[in-house]
Design a protein around this ligand. Structure first.
Ligand SMILES: [Zn+2]
Ligand SMILES: [Zn+2]
Length: 193
């Protein structure tokens, strides 16, 4: 039975690969200007992974979003556990909505948070973003009815006294690692003793 599925899968992959191999097109890498062949229909824009990592953030954003009718630019690449887009800039990981804000507006200072007006976490449209601090972020969450309010004071105390890493604790409380960290740093639920 398992072997059957495996054979079938291998065949599907083989067929797919052969179809793709027939439809290769010549492209120019936007980073190193080399000509390379890529499969038609893929979203690949660079000749190699190392070039892709060095891709200018503006091009990267353009290539990673779908512009929806409500104006949201929804991130289609990697999404983190809290639902925000993840991008790369100068070879380092960065939250996509922060990268977008910095690219279209100005560099962020320490302690500045980029918040969503549209409450759509994978959205990176700079017009849907605004700057706030950690407190604004917490208040924003309450006003939008998520995050705070979901946990009871007892749960908050349990989170704070739990010696385990936040990423281990998060799934048990059906929340994100970031929320656990903020609870522990008293950026959230500071009213619970
Ligand atoms: Zn290249
Ligand atoms: Zn939006």
């Amino acid at each position: 039975m398992i072997d059957c599925i495996r054979t079938a899968l291998t065949k599907v992959r083989k067929d797919k690969f052969q179809t793709m191999a027939r439809n290769t097109i010549e492209s120019t890498c936007p980073v190193c200007n080399k000509t390379y062949t890529r499969f038609q229909g893929t979203r690949q824009r660079c000749c190699s992974y190392s070039c892709a990592r060095l891709q200018p953030i503006g091009i990267r954003i353009e290539n990673s979003i779908i512009k929806e009718s409500n104006g949201c630019w929804v991130w289609t690449k990697c999404i983190d556990e809290s639902g925000y887009g993840v991008s790369w800039r100068d070879g380092r990981k960065i939250a996509a909505h922060r990268a977008s804000w910095e690219y279209y507006n100005s560099p962020l200072q320490d302690g500045e948070w980029v918040l969503h007006k549209c409450d759509n976490r994978p959205c990176v449209n700079p017009d849907h973003l605004f700057i706030g601090n950690a407190l604004d972020n917490a208040q924003d969450k309450i006003s939008k009815g998520r995050g705070q309010g979901k946990l009871t004071p007892d749960q908050v105390r349990a989170i704070r006294s739990d010696p385990r890493a936040s990423r281990k604790v998060a799934p048990e409380f059906r929340t994100s690692k970031t929320t656990i960290l903020q609870i522990r740093r008293r950026l959230l639920y500071d009213w619970v003793d």
